[in-house]
Design a protein. Sequence first.
Length: 508
Amino acid sequence: MSKKYDVLVIGAGGAGLTAALNAKMSGAEVLVITKEYPTRSQTCMAQGGINAALGNVSEDSVEAHIANTLKSAHGEADEEAVRFMCNEAINAVEWLDSIGVCFSRTKDAKIAQRTLGGASAPRACYAQDYTGLKILHTIYDRVLEAGIEIKNEKYLLKLLQNRDQRVCGAEVLDIRTGEIESYEANAVVLASGGYSRVYDKNSTNSTASTGDGIAVALRAGAKLIDMEFVQFHPTALKNSSILISESARGEGGYLLNSKGERFTNELAPRDEVSRAINDEINKGENIFLDIRHLGEEFIDEGLPQERKLAKLYENIDPVHELIPIRPVAHYTMGGIEVDNKSQTSLEGLYACGECANHRVHGANRLGGNSLLEIVVFGKEAGINAAQFAKNSTPTAPGLQGDSLIQKVKKYKNRMNFYTTREFIGTLFYKNVGIVRREDELQYALTEIQNIKQDIEQYGVSDKAKVYNTNLVEFLEFVNILDVAETIVTAALKRKISCGAHYMAKEGE
């Protein structure tokens, strides 16, 4: 058993590092553990900007930000939580600016802002089209300066709990050595990311976004809510699912079909734009993003990453050519239920970032609010976890039973889980995707349940102990199955359309 910490943060993206920094500033001894490395987290893929009504334009205000967020959420957000987040947005951006985030600037040196989908004004503060990456790297630098310990390549297996189900640490697999390790803490913050890689190759997310923290929390008894709400981003590269930022449309890009026609409002909320594109594709159209009219100088200054990505993954130059795109799974609004202190239903367990559900996105996240959420609620989770750790009586974990690793070692490895994982991704994109039908949802649920029944027929072919990526990917597969079942079960329960959960009408 390793030394005991005040606060254990699981996940080292923007939310986890913000939580760790604020817990440390609150006087806690903090440890961060992460499956990969901090600079590889999904935060770096958030390109377009972070919302804040800074007052730089007369038509914007905090109230307008609140109204846009609530409208996009389709009645499924908590207004008090939304108000808190939007009111804190200015402080969040000012804090990021103060710690060194290199935001793009206007001619009069103000933080530059652009309009993203669903916004009534240019509100997204940006750093070219690398906003998330630059925020992440800057916070990471501040965490290192603060002397916070980070342990990389630690795969979460389970939460440690005492007899009263209070969370008091975590059991992890050290990927490098193959050893199972336990870390005790007075409070645990889960910041392990979302679950859109359930859709496999039909997702903009990294291969690490497999819902590990959510699955582990579910097994420990935590409550999940709104798991059916999966946001599909309208503009991913057609052949690779690599994200082309909403900033490209925010700066004036057009969506065109094969006939060269514009067919939707490019800056409508993401669920509406994705369905409009999906309708065109179902008519046999190919869909393109057109930014040629913006000009090479503007693209290289404001959208350099989008040009590089299009060249690298589609072999086209958007300065001169149309970008072929399609909607794919991008962001998961559902997750672990938390209260206004970011505490889950389990004592001692906090959550923030995409794995948590603070009820601020509802049925459809407003573009630019994801980076805002991780800063605002990452701070809250860190401060409140530190306070809980300081005021609570240290507790030891009870008997934990067999670890997941011990169970997996008994599986037969008669079936190829990689093939099945790809099958699930295709199945979910078709049946639990942009447009849903009850019979198709039921079919998807039956398939997932059948695979789960056969789980002991799958397994790991690589028996090595050190750096066994085959084992890690199988553990992710197990988590994907549990998360997938919660998604489609929740979708079946919600009979009517709501934001990203769109049930097809008769004849569609």
